[in-house]
Design a protein around this ligand. Sequence first.
Ligand SMILES: *[C@@H]1O[C@H](CO)[C@@H](O)[C@H](O)[C@H]1NC(C)=O
Ligand SMILES: *[C@@H]1O[C@H](CO)[C@@H](O)[C@H](O)[C@H]1NC(C)=O
Ligand SMILES: *[C@@H]1O[C@H](CO)[C@@H](O)[C@H](O)[C@H]1NC(C)=O
Ligand SMILES: *[C@@H]1O[C@H](CO)[C@@H](O)[C@H](O)[C@H]1NC(C)=O
Ligand SMILES: *[C@@H]1O[C@H](CO)[C@@H](O)[C@H](O)[C@H]1NC(C)=O
Ligand SMILES: *[C@@H]1O[C@H](CO)[C@@H](O)[C@H](O)[C@H]1NC(C)=O
Ligand SMILES: *[C@@H]1O[C@H](CO)[C@@H](O)[C@H](O)[C@H]1NC(C)=O
Ligand SMILES: *[C@@H]1O[C@H](CO)[C@@H](O)[C@H](O)[C@H]1NC(C)=O
Length: 407
Amino acid sequence: MKLTGNSLAVLAAAAALPLTASAASSGSGPDKDGKYWIRAKGIEASFIPYGASISNLFINDRYGIQRDLVGGFDNATYYGIDKQHPHFGGVPGRYANRIKNSTFVIDGKTYHTPPNENPTKAAPNGSDTLHGGPDGWDWRNFTVSAHTATSITFSIVDPDGKEGFPGEVVSHITYTVQENQWDFKMVALATTKKTPIMLSSHTYWNLDGYANNETQTALNHTLHLPYSGQRVDVDGFLIPTGDILANKKNTANDFWSQPKQLGKGFQQSGIKENCGNNCTGFDTCYLVNRDALGPFDWRTEGPVASLSSPWSGIHLDVYSDQTAFQVYSCNGQNGTLALKKTQGLHNNKHFPRTIPKYGCLVMEVEDWIDGINNPEWGRKQIWGPDDGPYVVQASYRFSIDGKKKSS
Ligand SMILES: *[C@@H]1O[C@H](CO)[C@@H](O)[C@H](O)[C@H]1NC(C)=O
Ligand SMILES: *[C@@H]1O[C@H](CO)[C@@H](O)[C@H](O)[C@H]1NC(C)=O
Ligand SMILES: *[C@@H]1O[C@H](CO)[C@@H](O)[C@H](O)[C@H]1NC(C)=O
Ligand SMILES: *[C@@H]1O[C@H](CO)[C@@H](O)[C@H](O)[C@H]1NC(C)=O
Ligand SMILES: *[C@@H]1O[C@H](CO)[C@@H](O)[C@H](O)[C@H]1NC(C)=O
Ligand SMILES: *[C@@H]1O[C@H](CO)[C@@H](O)[C@H](O)[C@H]1NC(C)=O
Ligand SMILES: *[C@@H]1O[C@H](CO)[C@@H](O)[C@H](O)[C@H]1NC(C)=O
Ligand SMILES: *[C@@H]1O[C@H](CO)[C@@H](O)[C@H](O)[C@H]1NC(C)=O
């Protein structure tokens, strides 16, 4: 892919990013599997150009053993070959999650995006557009525009009209690591026309790295969403209805009143059909309600979510500047996706080397889903050349439960 000069320069200035060839070559190149590595104390992570995806994330467990906590494939080549395309660790774009009826309106003009989900008799190609369409950003190879020992930046130029979206969008995705911490900053600029933009990181987590010899599911993981007393109401295709619902205490979607094991949620009311037609589990957009609590610094106050596993002892705090948090409990997994070499148990007849149903948790920092079709919410999701860059940021901080946090 060619990066066009002008728009890139504007965005690079906005993002304060280096774009010179020397900056790009200061990290080592990809390894034999096509993966680019960054490292700091207590953390090693790899990324690939396909979808600007995270591919490995090594963190030490409570015994000091490295665990690979994220879903992915063994090599970069296989991402484009696998038929399931689980959006493994990629950046869904230019508009994450679902667009109702694959349609939106800007300044009175109606736009159609190609549908790629939920085919019906009336809509044989699909009823909505998921994650930017059948050739959304996480189906394409980004350009590596900078790589150092501790950071990598991927860039993409999404042309006018691609997947039905108006105008060109230029974006930089920067991942960095420091001691026990992984951060990202995604910036995007609509250079020519007004268009919807919403980005996220679609990372699959299993804090045991599938090495737990009692369970390969994530149902023993404990989740806390302290600001998420509400969620977006959805229909059977997971399309927002426009309503906002209360997550009543002690029901399935109550992760705010106290930390809760995911498995416990499956015993509480509201879990049936909670993730769409015939689906038991979570695939839910929780709101992050903290504006009313006064000014805050998202980097130091929060976290918006915490996830921990008693087996590995690994505790993850997610900090973010976003106002919603999507949680998917891998309800659609069925044991057909292979684990990476770096994960799982070997020669254990109870646990095949695949991802089981409920074997992971996808957690996406984002804005309110399908806000473009729910103008009554008042979300800013349409970005044009006169707007500053769209920005989404998150920080994933790791510690061991029961041990004093470093720093
Ligand atoms: C890439 O990974 C896939 C899936 O693990 C595997 O089937 C394939 O043999 C690997 N290819 C190479 C060249 O290593
Ligand atoms: C993306 O790059 C991989 C190599 O890492 C290559 O095998 C694949 O064909 C490329 N895919 C596209 C869509 O360009
Ligand atoms: C969905 O979009 C199509 C055009 O693609 C339109 O004909 C139809 O009326 C829309 N349906 C609803 C329910 O809005
Ligand atoms: C459905 O997809 C096919 C193949 O991509 C295309 O030819 C057809 O026009 C599409 N139909 C609708 C109603 O979008
Ligand atoms: C799991 O592994 C631990 C430590 O190696 C061992 O003590 C335990 O017996 C194993 N449990 C099962 C169910 O295999
Ligand atoms: C739910 O599953 C049942 C049995 O598989 C099927 O008959 C029914 O049509 C499904 N309902 C929906 C809304 O998909
Ligand atoms: C998982 O949780 C169940 C109770 O929910 C508990 O009995 C079991 O020991 C836990 N296993 C691990 C490995 O944490
Ligand atoms: C498992 O799920 C995938 C993706 O939804 C699907 O393509 C595949 O047919 C399913 N396999 C089985 C055995 O259910």
